[in-house]
Design a binder for this molecule. Structure first.
Ligand code: EPZ
Length: 421
């Protein structure tokens, strides 16, 4: 099983470019099912979850061709709507295929999705199922956790989300795109990836308004056409590299990013003594002469503090002076990884499954670790880069799921990191 070997404490500096957003690509690729005409995508991150998405599409009968940096997806030849459990079980993103398949074939068969184990009860999909029923579909759970969703006819829905969910919002928005009539979705998630998905579908002839606000209206069409689309920059990669620079007190320029998408983090960093300047698509991290100050955070749906940046932020707080309360409100198990950070020398008290208190500053020391999920994985890489000594991080498939050529980009900053098969 491949692992990273990292020797920490090196001085880091230079430029790092941000890849296309994983959590945008994982929706735009399944959205190809909504149209029988070809779609052309650019700035796709070359990561495991995107490869898995392509495998699912090809298994369903789609054709995928690469033209330099662009990928062309043709789904005219799609010939089935039953998802292969071996493929669907590898990542949470597989859930994004259900809505478009239902809209196109009026029937879908799929296994409960896999992916990170950070959510309660193995990443529930009750909101998705309730949403499909709102469109007139019937759901049968067959033995072995297979779902069969069927609809004689799908009709527009007026649906209020009982809980704000990013992928459930995206799934219903996609499904409604080709259900003729007016669908209104309320209490929607507002992540930038949702707005990007709506913008993309609108270039293909969809009529979606309100994406990025709590109420989204979709004027469903009989069909939508072809489209070309550049995937937006990954805001979680951006935030992770900003935090790395702050933790290492390094002069690093982060390119091809959108600072607007991580405003909550940048506001906090400014407050605690991190120096940086920003432009339309770059962030210049500068050295600071004063110590970092601790600052509490509470994760929240966008535009609040992103839960996917909670783990890198905990590492940053080990280098700050004082105590910081980290309150993870979105997921039930997303703080369990901090046990490994404690093994590296961090002073962390778990108050309850949703809250930890970090006492800083503390020196960190290299250890043998295991990456439990991709965001804890990048946090452990950041910790290893600022720790004294050598760290081994196993199970880096979890990191490869979301970070393209990570060790190459970090080595370009002066990091001593290598991948060992
Ligand atoms: C998306 O997950 C992202 N994944 C996550 O990123 C991100 O952490 C999360 O949004 C929150 O920002 C993708 O976009 C592929 P939710 P999602 O539905 O949509 C509960 C990463 O590291 N819920 O907004 O699955 C759920 O358990 C990943 O890239 C239900 O109860 O998150 C959670 O507690 C990790 N029933 C809460 O809602 C449902 O049917 C919010 O989750 C769906 C979700």
């Amino acid at each position: 099983m491949p692992k990273f070997i990292i020797n920490g404490g090196r001085t880091l500096s230079g430029k790092i470019s941000v890849s296309g957003a994983k959590n945008s690509a994982l929706k735009i690729i399944p959205a190809a099912i909504l149209s029988k005409q070809p779609i052309t995508l650019s700035n796709l991150p070359i990561i495991e979850d995107v490869e898995r998405s392509f495998e699912v599409l090809v298994d369903l009968g789609a054709k995928i061709s690469k033209n330099g940096q662009e990928v062309i997806i043709e789904t005219a030849s799609l010939n089935k709507s039953e998802m292969n459990p071996k493929l669907a079980d590898k990542f949470r993103g597989s859930v994004m295929f259900i809505g478009p398949l239902l809209a196109r074939f009026k029937e879908v068969k799929f296994p409960h999705p896999g992916g990170c184990v950070i959510g309660a009860g193995g990443r529930p999909i009750d909101l998705f199922l309730e949403g499909y029923q709102a469109f007139g579909a019937e759901i049968k759970e067959e033995s072995g956790k297979f779902y069969n969703i069927k609809a004689e006819k799908l009709h527009p829905a007026h649906y209020f989300f009982p809980l704000v969910s990013v992928t459930a919002t995206e799934s219903m928005m996609m499904t409604a795109t080709i259900i003729p009539g007016t669908t209104i979705l309320q209490n929607c998630a507002m992540e930038p990836e949702i707005e990007a998905l709506a913008n993309y579908l609108n270039t293909q002839g969809a009529k979606i308004t309100g994406a990025g606000t709590p109420t989204i209206t979709i004027e469903g069409q009989e069909e939508i056409g072809a489209g070309k689309f550049a995937v937006i920059p990954d805001r979680i990669e951006t935030g992770s590299f900003v935090i790395l620079a702050a933790a290492a007190n390094a002069e690093i320029e982060i390119e091809n990013c959108n600072p607007e998408h991580i405003m909550t983090l940048l506001k906090i960093l400014k407050k605690i003594g991190v120096n940086f300047s920003t432009g339309p698509d770059w962030i210049k991290m500068e050295k600071r002469q004063t110590p970092l100050l601790s600052h509490d955070i509470k994760t929240h749906e966008y535009p609040g503090f992103a839960t996917d940046l909670q783990s890198p932020y905990v590492v940053l707080m080990t280098q700050a002076t004082g105590t910081a309360l980290i309150h993870e409100t979105i997921y039930d198990r997303r703080l369990l990884w901090t046990d490994m950070l404690s093994q590296m020398g961090a002073q962390i008290t778990m108050c309850d499954p949703h809250r930890v208190v970090v006492q800083g500053p503390t020196r960190l020391y290299g250890k043998r670790l295991m990456s439990p999920d991709l965001r804890a994985g990048i946090a452990l890489v950041i910790a290893a880069l600022i720790a004294d000594g050598r760290t081994e991080i196993d199970n880096i498939y979890q990191i490869d799921r979301g970070y393209e050529k990570l060790e190459e980009r970090l080595r370009a900053l002066g990091a001593d990191i290598e991948r060992v098969e």
